[in-house]
Design a protein around this ligand. Structure first.
Ligand SMILES: Cc1cc2nc3c(=O)[nH]c(=O)nc-3n(C[C@H](O)[C@H](O)[C@H](O)COP(=O)(O)O)c2cc1C
Length: 391
């Protein structure tokens, strides 16, 4: 047997570029990867976290998990498996500053590659990720590049999430379904929560790019096109997202109105026994069971409680990998995803969601998303910081 050819920096850079297409909250792209000897170390960029909207780092960590899954998919195409070493800094995010650049000396995980086939070396030498045929349940780098979120009208395809066997979810993760009526009501409640908290609303507005003249329009954040906003409305709204003088009074005015609506919504019972309309999007909740995850000894319970997510950070990272697989699974079948984190972020919506799903104390809802066929000729592509590099 010949020694495997070492993994080249070119291949690692290629994988980093591919993984930059991973989803992240508000398209913040909170990862800062660094190619090191034989592997990739990733640190978190403090200024790309969401201290108001994601104080527990749940969504940041899940997006890092999606990033890892993207690397894994690209690496598998050229015959490598990945090893992920979770580093202590992942469980010490409370000490992360709220702004500023990544600290390369505090990576949160390290990825290394091990060859799985004799062809690995030659494929890696080309440093290109070729198209390949894959078994069901596995994905290609094209899937990673082409997957996208769609926030417009979706027509549900209930079959897509009815059998997830091929995705090999770990036993402590499950995907529950939520009915359309409950989803709509809880989403409204969640949006009212976001709008009524000035810090969360301001943070969201900071990541909106509603006009192509925004200096970061092609780099990060959410554009008018991604939000499926009519252009005239986007152009009127754009200055309010950028100038504090305009933004602050609007946020201040929206607060009490949203708080009033939130009060109304909190007291409204969820309708029961109403079947979904034909064609309604389907809605799904990724749930972790902390007991099944083995978080039942005193030490790990303490870790899970310290993490504030409800599961330990390494578990949240793993859940992010699964989330990416779920979204790619949908993409493979022509179905787009529309995430709705507001159902978890708003305590009132979260409580009602838990009740609706009959979650137990050891269950933790990590992600809520809708799925369906996008009713659009073209689903807009979200920008990335790496877009100037060839992809
Ligand atoms: C953990 C996580 C939570 C997210 N939550 C939301 C959400 O609540 N609402 C939303 O519209 N998009 C949400 N997104 C989607 C991102 O906004 C989206 O991935 C990003 O804008 C990039 O777009 P793309 O996925 O189409 O490439 C979430 C993504 C991740 C990874």
């Amino acid at each position: 047997m010949t020694d495997p050819t070492p993994v080249t920096p070119e291949l690692l850079h290629e994988l980093v570029l591919l993984a930059s297409r991973s989803p992240s909250p508000h398209n913040t792209q909170p990862w800062s990867p660094r190619v090191v000897d034989g592997g990739i170390e990733v640190a978190i960029v403090p200024s790309r976290t969401l201290p108001a909207g994601d104080p527990t780092f749940r969504d940041v960590i899940m997006s890092l998990g999606a990033w890892i899954e993207s690397v894994s998919i690209g690496a598998a195409e050229v015959g490598y498996a990945i090893d992920v070493e979770v580093l202590p800094a992942l469980s010490q995010l409370d000490s992360l500053p709220v702004r500023g650049p990544a600290d390369a000396d505090r990576p949160v995980f390290r990825v290394t590659l091990t060859p799985t086939s004799p062809d690995a070396a030659s494929a890696a030498g080309a440093a290109q990720l070729p198209d390949a045929a894959f078994a069901p349940g596995t994905f290609s780098s094209d899937d990673v590049r082409e997957r996208r979120v769609y926030r417009g009208a979706l027509v549900g395809r209930p079959d897509v999430f009815s059998n997830l066997d091929s995705l090999q979810l770990p036993p402590w993760l499950s995907v529950r379904s939520l009915d359309d009526r409950a989803m709509r009501q809880l989403s409204t409640l969640g949006i009212a929560f976001t709008a009524s908290r000035a810090t969360i609303a301001n943070e969201l507005l900071h990541w909106l790019r509603l006009d192509p003249r925004h200096p970061r329009y092609g780099l990060d954040g959410m554009t008018d096109e991604m939000l499926v906003m009519p252009r005239p409305l986007a152009r009127i709204a754009a200055p309010f997202t950028r100038t504090a003088r305009l933004r602050d009074p609007v946020v201040a005015l929206a607060g009490p109105v949203a708080r009033f609506l939130e009060g109304l919504g909190r007291d409204a019972p969820l309708p029961t026994g109403v079947p979904d309309e034909p064609g309604a999007p389907t809605h799904h909740v990724l749930v972790a069971n902390s007991r099944a995850a083995g978080i039942d000894d005193i030490l790990s319970i303490t870790e899970a409680m310290d993490s504030r997510i409800g599961v330990t950070e390494p578990h949240a990272l793993e859940a992010g990998r699964v989330l990416q697989r779920l979204w790619l699974h949908a993409h493979r079948q022509g179905v787009a995803i529309s995430p709705h984190s507001e159902l978890i972020d708003s305590p009132a919506a979260h409580g009602a969601l838990r009740k609706r799903l009959g979650l137990s104390r050891s269950d933790v809802a990590l992600s809520v998303f809708s799925a369906g066929v996008a009713q659009a000729r073209q689903v807009p592509r979200s920008p990335r910081l790496t877009d100037s590099s060839t992809q």
